[in-house]
Each structure stands twice: as C-alpha cells, then as structure tokens.
Ligand binder design. Structure first.
Ligand SMILES: Nc1ncnc2c1ncn2[C@@H]1O[C@H](COP(=O)(O)OP(=O)(O)O)[C@@H](O)[C@H]1O
Ligand SMILES: O=C(OP(=O)(O)O)[C@H](O)COP(=O)(O)O
Length: 403
C-alpha cells in the first residue's frame, strides 16, 4: 500500500487530490455534537493543502436513500472542517453535478473543497457493479489522485471506497495507516484476558463478528441494542426492544459454542426500560424504570443496561489485559439512558487493560459523556470497519489501496 508520504514525495502541487474521508458525524439538526471524525482526517487534509494540492474531500453522512435529503447534508461538516483548518473551505451543493465541477475547477493550489453527501447518488452504494462503476467514473473526472482516509467506511464496497481508487493513482492517508497499525496488534498477540464489549444498534451488521471472537476472546459482554436478541434467544420476552428475530437461531448457536469453548458470555441482568424510544431532540423525560432482564414487561423497550449489570460488567473488565469495545450500552444521547455507557467507559479507565474503543457513536459517546479520549489506548473512528478488520475479512476499501 502506498502512503500519502510517498505521494508528497512525488509532489502534489497543483494536482487535484480526492480524499475519501468519513465525515459521518452525529448531528442534532445542523449542529455537530461530536467532531472527532473531522479532526481525525485533519492531518491528511492539512498536509495535502500545505503541499499545494487542490484537495477535494468527499464522504457519506447517515443513510439517505440514494437521493438528496437536506437532513443529511454535509454542509455543517464542511463548515467545521474550515474552522479546524483555519481556512475557507468551498462547498459543492452536489457530488458530481454542475456545482461539484465548478467548485473543483475553481480551486487554487492549497485550497480545500467538500462535496455534498456521496449517498445522495444511488450509484454510491449500489450492489450493481456497472451502476457503481458509472458513478465512480464521474467522481474520477474530478481528480487526478485518490487518497483513502475514511477508515470508518472501508468495510463498504461502495463506489467512492472501492471503485474509484481503481481508476486513479491511489494512496492511504494518515488515519487509515494509524488505525490499521493499532488494530493489527489485536489480531496477533493479544494480552489475556481479552474481553470484548459489543453494543449499539447496527445489530445485524455486527453479530457476525462473534463467530470469530469465539475463537479469540476470553469474555464477550453484550449490551445496548444487541442484548435483546440474546435475551430472546435464551427464552425471555423483550417487550418492544430492538430485536433481530431472524438471528435468534444463530445467537443460540453462539451461546452453545461459547459454553463448549469456555468463552464467557456476559449478558445484562437488569435493564432500563421505557414505554417508547426517547425524544433525542427535546430530551424530554422518558419515564424510565429498571427491571430484571428476564422480566421485561410487554410494551416496554430496553434502552440501557441497569445498575446491577453495570457493576457486573465493571467486575468482568477489572482484570482484563486487553479490551475492545464497540457500541454504546444504551441510548446515551438521552440522559435517562447514558449510565450503562458511562459505566463501561469508567470501567475501562479503572482497569489497567490496553483499551480500544471503536465506532462513530461509541467514540462520540466517550467524549460527549466527558471522558478524556487520551486516557484510552486507542479510539478508532470505525465500528463496523474495526470489527471486520479484527475478523480478518478483506475490507474493500483497504484492498483497493493495495498496489
Ligand atoms: N437498547 C437500545 N435500543 C436502541 N438503540 C440503542 C440501544 N442501545 C444503544 N443504542 C443506539 O446505538 C447507536 C450506536 O450504534 P452503532 O452505530 O452500532 O455504534 P457505533 O457507531 O459506535 O459503531 C446509538 O445511537 C445508541 O442510541
Ligand atoms: O458510522 C459508521 O460506522 P460505525 O457506526 O460502525 O462506526 C460509518 O460511517 C459507516 O457508516 P454505515 O454503517 O452507514 O456504512
């Protein structure tokens, strides 16, 4: 894999450099609630700009449906990038249309532009190679060189991640190099006990990693939206909690194999429930109550780990030597459901383990809840990406950067 340093040695002055970043930041309306992913790509963007490149930054944000949707505009991220760089950043109101072409054509050496959300175009995420390729062809017209630095999206076989680098000379940015460097350590000699904490909401995306973890980890702690499919698999009712019904047999098989292999599965013993998903905008009181994990009433939704679970998880992390954590333990964005996530973060800080926290929301949660990000071993910008890396899968966005 060629790195950005090689590109800088070759010289970038006057060249249009496409930087595929992951600027998928959490938003409250148009306010960015955590800018970690923007700060993470700054070294790459700043270095290219300093060297006189015409930098074209592109990213997805959220999961719009292949058409423009103002709720998912990258305009706030572009503005924040400008503030952090201390420079004017141009913004194209489309991705490959008239605005993008004229903004890129108007760039001077050392200037930075951000394109509108890549996922406003159906070609970006299409499963059809030709449709993705056609979109990549249009992106390729905007640049001379490609730098991959959107680590959080390297597990996606998307046009800007996988097809575009095949069309341009391609290099890995600083963020990807750092992320891969740290995660590689977890795939070789991990210090034991090795505990993995899994939560969050992208349950179907992330369950598969357990198959691999059963061969690697000593303890697997399950929380957040992931816990309810496990509780249901054990025969408990979960009310209206997040549930991946079709995965129940798979989860039952995981639990069986864990027992056979002596891998400890730790599930919530109590959970915080409420009648409905909370309003994250108004943060209005959500009427939470704590119930035993095997007695979730009908019509109630599990939204956080309970206090007994928090104590149990802290005890299971206290003597770990290595911990990987992906996925918040609850809907931490609402104060009624943040304690489980806070408790796991605190437990990691209290242990002497080497700790890796991965995922857009997990990393944001740690910072939003007031923890010092530098106190953790590594905060990865990618949740799904880091899990798939740990699984040993070929990640399309890394494979595409190979020579
Ligand atoms: N019990 C739950 N029910 C629904 N959503 C949950 C639950 N617990 C956590 N979440 C949500 O999970 C989201 C993060 O999930 P995910 O995207 O998988 O994590 P990451 O971005 O760290 O990889 C958060 O927005 C949080 O509100
Ligand atoms: O937020 C992301 O992943 P993560 O939640 O697994 O950290 C990435 O930006 C990828 O987004 P996607 O899962 O919509 O492809």
């Amino acid at each position: 894999m060629k790195t950005i340093d090689e590109l800088l040695t070759e010289g970038v002055a006057g060249r249009r450099v496409f930087v595929r970043a992951d600027l998928n930041v959490p938003l409250d309306g148009t306010t960015i609630t955590d800018d970690g992913r923007i700060r993470a790509v700054l070294p790459t963007v700043a270095k290219l700009a300093e060297a006189g490149a015409r930098v074209v930054v592109a990213s997805h944000l959220g999961r719009p449906k292949g058409a423009p949707d103002p709720a998912f505009s990258l305009a706030p991220a572009a503005a924040r990038l400008g503030e952090l760089l201390g420079a004017d950043v141009a913004f194209a109101t489309d991705t490959v249309g008239d605005s993008a072409r004229s903004v890129v054509a108007g760039l001077t050496d050392g200037q930075v532009a951000v394109l509108e959300n890549l996922r406003f175009n159906a070609g970006e995420t299409s499963k059809d190679d030709a449709e993705r390729g056609a979109f990549a062809d249009r992106l390729a017209e905007l640049a001379d060189v490609y730098v991959g630095d959107g680590f959080g999206a390297v597990h996606r076989k998307h046009a800007s991640v996988f097809d575009l680098p095949a069309r341009l000379p391609h290099y890995a940015g600083y963020l990807i190099a750092t992320e891969v460097g740290v995660l590689k350590k977890l795939t070789t000699d991990v210090e034991r006990p090795y505990a993995v904490v899994l939560g969050g909401a992208k349950v179907s995306d992330k369950l598969g990693v357990i198959d691999h973890l059963l061969e690697r980890a000593d303890r697997i702690l399950i929380g957040g939206g992931m816990a309810y499919t496990f509780l249901k698999a054990q025969g408990h009712e979960v009310g209206s909690s997040l549930l991946q019904e079709d995965q129940i047999p798979v989860v039952q098989e995981y639990l069986r194999r864990a027992e056979e292999k002596g891998v400890e599965f730790v599930l919530p013993v109590d959970v915080v429930v409420a009648p409905a998903f909370p309003d994250l905008k108004t943060k209005a009181p959500a009427h939470p109550s704590t119930v035993a994990a095997d007695a979730i009433p009908a019509g109630q939704m599990g939204l956080d780990n309970g206090p007994e679970t928090n104590k149990l998880y802290a005890s299971k992390l206290a003597d770990a030597a290595t911990v990987f954590w992906n996925g918040p333990m609850g809907v931490f964005e609402h104060p009624d459901f943040a304690d489980g996530t806070r408790a796991v973060a605190q437990a990691l800080l209290d242990s002497s383990a080497f700790t890796v926290v991965g995922g857009g929301d997990s990393a944001a949660a740690v910072r939003i809840l007031g923890f010092d990000e530098n106190a953790f071993g590594h905060i990865s910008t990618g949740g799904g990406a880091s899990l798939e890396y740990l699984e040993g899968k070929t990640l399309p966005g890394l494979a595409a950067l190979e020579d």
